[in-house]
Ligand binder design. Structure first.
Ligand code: ATP
Ligand code: MG
Ligand code: MG
Length: 344
């Protein structure tokens, strides 16, 4: 079948069969959150030794999808009682705050080294958010994880995404399909040379669902850390309804939306306002802002704009350069032909 601009489009019957194969394969794997619970317990024991008032919260994919996928890392953030109580508060971004977070993570790294000498750990202070990275392998029970401190935004944005994905049974599958494709194509920032994190892809999925009115807007303010569990409950996945027909249609429509309907020149993917209402102009995400950032020594691009729902003035798609945008388009074109490489 041919689509716009004469491009080949996968036949929906083939897409449906491929999507069902993908889901069956996932369902045959272990997806429960027990391995994450085990790591959570070990991290909690170490945190307890550094500061017994701090609690490690889980966010990222385990919280968003309610399952633990092989190959996904686990994201932890240690929060103080004050952080939790003020669960809608904005995260501090000052150098002083970053210094305090690094200090805590350093003390934690010393305890972790002592208690789990086989774990491969690295404290990274120079990033936007200081983070303690622990690499999987036999030592860390096969699970890799990141620990940050005193930042609520990850817990809030994960709860927000979860509130969207639980509205529509196909949404979680779509998120998993898109993430896997983004990692295979190298577009995912977890791959060398990649540019959009899984978090960014998830916002893109939700923005698409909002545009199509397949989910209802969840007010960003409704996510309050004070009402969120430190270890989010497991949500088993189910075989898609209607023999995968709705999911197959949604998958192809997602690709089609970003290829032919979304207007990256003016539009911003945002979960803050009604879908379709946020423009680059409104946020001053312009060429001039890119130039100003360069003068400050930062490389920020406003070519593919994804507004962070909780972090002020942060483009989650900031690493999408003009060249990467071209690559993204090429991969989307190929995705239309191959149903996100499922038929490749
Ligand atoms: P994966 O299974 O690939 O680990 P994930 O769902 O855990 O996927 P990540 O991309 O690891 O998603 O994101 C985890 C958290 O890191 C997010 O909830 C968010 O708070 C933060 N984050 C990730 N990417 C960005 C970004 N580009 N800008 C700001 N924060 C980000
Ligand atoms: Mg993660
Ligand atoms: Mg991570």
């Amino acid at each position: 079948m041919k689509g716009k601009a004469g491009r080949s489009i996968a036949a929906i019957g083939d897409v449906r069969a491929a999507v069902l194969r993908f889901c069956a394969e996932q369902l045959s794997r272990r997806l429960d959150t027990k391995p994450v619970e085990d790591v959570h317990q070990k991290v909690s024991a170490c945190v307890q030794q550094v500061d017994p008032t701090m609690t490690p919260y889980i966010f990222g994919s385990t919280a968003v999808l309610g399952v633990h996928e092989q190959g996904s890392d686990v994201d932890f953030v240690c929060l103080s009682p004050a952080d939790v109580q003020d669960g809608k508060g904005a995260d501090a971004v000052s150098e002083v705050a970053k210094g305090l977070q690094s200090g805590f993570l350093f003390r934690l790294s010393e305890v972790v080294k002592r208690e789990h000498y086989l774990w491969d750990i690295e404290l990274v202070r120079r990033t936007r958010v200081p983070v303690l990275r622990v690499k999987g392998g036999l030592g860390a029970d096969g699970v890799s994880f990141d620990v940050t401190a005193n930042r609520r935004n990850g817990v809030r944005n994960s709860a927000l995404l979860r509130a969207y994905f639980t509205q529509c049974p196909e949404a979680r599958w779509l998120s998993m399909l898109v993430k896997q494709w983004s990692k295979k194509t190298g577009l995912n920032a977890s791959v060398d040379g990649g540019c959009i994190t899984s978090y960014g892809w998830n916002i893109m999925v939700v923005y698409y669902l909002l545009r199509r009115k397949l989910v209802k807007l969840v007010p960003v303010e409704s996510c309050d850390v004070a009402n969120i569990a430190p270890m989010p409950p497991y949500m088993p996945l189910e075989t898609p309804q209607q023999d995968g027909q709705a999911l197959a249609v949604m998958l192809m429509d997602f690709v089609n939306y970003y290829l032919d309907e979304f207007t990256p020149e003016t539009e911003v993917m945002s979960l803050t306002r009604a879908a379709g209402e946020t423009t680059k102009e409104m946020l001053s995400w312009t060429k001039q802002a890119e130039d100003m950032a360069r003068i400050r020594g930062e490389r920020i691009h406003y070519r593919w704009c994804i507004e962070d729902p909780y972090e002020f003035d942060l483009n989650v798609g900031r690493n999408v350069t003009p060249f990467k945008l071209m690559l993204l388009r090429k991969h989307l074109e190929r995705a239309q032909e191959t149903a996100l490489l499922l038929l490749a």
